[in-house]
Design a protein around this ligand. Structure first.
Ligand SMILES: [Mn+2]
Length: 386
């Protein structure tokens, strides 16, 4: 029995007003290609299928197409809701879809949904646990002590009776820590402050494989068989150096499974470029990638440049973000105590600020212009008390 684990699709997501749906669709087609290439027996999607509880119509069409393609190939698809999904909306048609090999766990029903798949002698039990909060579990176990996310997951999993002879796979979408140390987040996740939502990795010891979603950077947690697949695509510039992947899991009975990472790449890569405008305007100066990629450009020119966004867009049509390194990049400058600052004139303070931001001193003409602007605002050369 082998299956492909993906997570955090976030279908319908936009970045800086660029809709990513065409790229997302293309990456799902790569996943379908891997299913054919490796003869996968199932696909697991571990939550955050959509980016929003009420996804745009186009996103629903893309997920529908993915489900239909797998169903036509006779390959089951198992999905749980993530913190971005609406559990009830995701459950639409769930009972009917099970007849077509699409298994959904949207809303929590008191226990993980169990699905047994595979040919006789090569079966595996999949447990589908949607994203749960303590309150979701308390409702079903009013007598249970459920104070934290960890309590909630522990209580639910303790009640699962594993077969003991067939391998078990848990599908979940939670913030999993290993003995208190947090996973390495990519930057595009919606994480709670202070980590109160953490669930310890020890909860997953009984399972031969745990297919996790929530953290967007692909990674293992204490063992290869407990892992975050990572997001379908790079969803923040903090992830621009990540290699996104799907996980090919080959179960080997009650032994540790074999794991292989299958690279995923969107038609438009997400990249960061840095340099002076004139150099960047010749794309041959910029190593790697396509000019059509989604870009965060940082201009390092010391002097102001005219109309940089328009000129850059002629070469790079998909600039998501443009920054200027000169703004504040000349170090912290001198630290002034409130008393020291109070003893300086506004002109002196501005001159220091300007030098820190621009890396050069005000010229006499510029100093005069600043003086005149201050007079305009404060009304007299003796001003400055505001
Ligand atoms: Mn997510």
């Amino acid at each position: 029995m082998k299956f492909i684990h993906i997570a955090d699709l976030h279908l319908g997501k936009s970045m800086f007003d660029y809709p990513l749906l065409d790229d997302q669709k293309a990456v799902l087609e790569q996943v379908l290609g891997y299913v054919r290439q490796y003869g996968a027996d199932a696909v697991v999607a571990a939550g955050d299928l959509y980016d929003k509880p009420v996804p745009p119509a186009g996103a629903v069409t893309v997920l529908d197409g993915f489900m239909t393609a797998l169903s036509e190939m006779g390959v089951p698809l198992l999905m749980v809701s993530g913190n971005h999904d609406s559990p009830e909306r995701l459950d639409f048609g769930a009972a009917l879809l099970a007849g077509k090999g699409v298994y959904l766990a949207g809303a929590f029903t008191g226990a993980p949904r169990k699905v047994t798949l595979g040919a006789a002698g090569d079966e595996a039990d999949f447990y589908l646990l949607p994203f749960i909060r303590p309150g979701d579990v308390r409702r079903f176990y009013p007598d249970g002590e459920v104070r934290s996310y960890d309590d909630a997951v522990r209580l639910v999993l303790r009640r699962v009776e594993l077969s003991g002879t067939r391998p078990s796979v848990l599908v979940a979408h939670q913030f999993v820590t290993a003995g208190g140390s947090a996973p390495d987040a990519g930057g595009s996740e919606l994480l709670s402050i202070g980590g109160t939502d953490n669930v310890d990795v020890s909860n997953f010891l009984p399972f031969q494989y745990t297919a996790l979603g929530h953290i967007h950077r692909p990674q293992r947690l204490t063992r290869d068989a407990v892992r975050y697949a990572g997001s379908l695509m790079k969803y923040s510039f903090g992830e621009s150096h990540d290699q996104k992947s799907a996980v090919l899991v080959t179960l080997r009975g009650m032994e540790e499974p074999d794991i292989a990472l299958l690279p995923l790449s969107a038609p438009h890569d997400l990249r960061e470029l840095r340099g002076p405008l004139e150099a960047l305007l010749s794309p041959e100066n910029v190593a790697g990638g396509s000019p059509e990629d989604y870009l965060h450009i940082t201009l390092t020119d010391a002097e102001p440049v005219a109309d940089p966004m328009r000129r850059l867009r002629e070469v790079y049509p998909n600039i998501m973000r443009l920054d200027f390194a000169s703004a504040g990049s000349y170090g912290p400058g001198e630290e002034l105590s409130a008393e020291e600052a109070g003893s300086r004139s506004p002109e002196e303070l501005f001159a220091g600020f300007y030098e820190q931001m621009q890396g050069q001193k005000l010229t006499p003409q510029e100093a005069l212009a600043v003086r005149m602007a201050m007079d305009d605002v404060w009304g007299s050369p003796e001003g400055g008390k505001v």
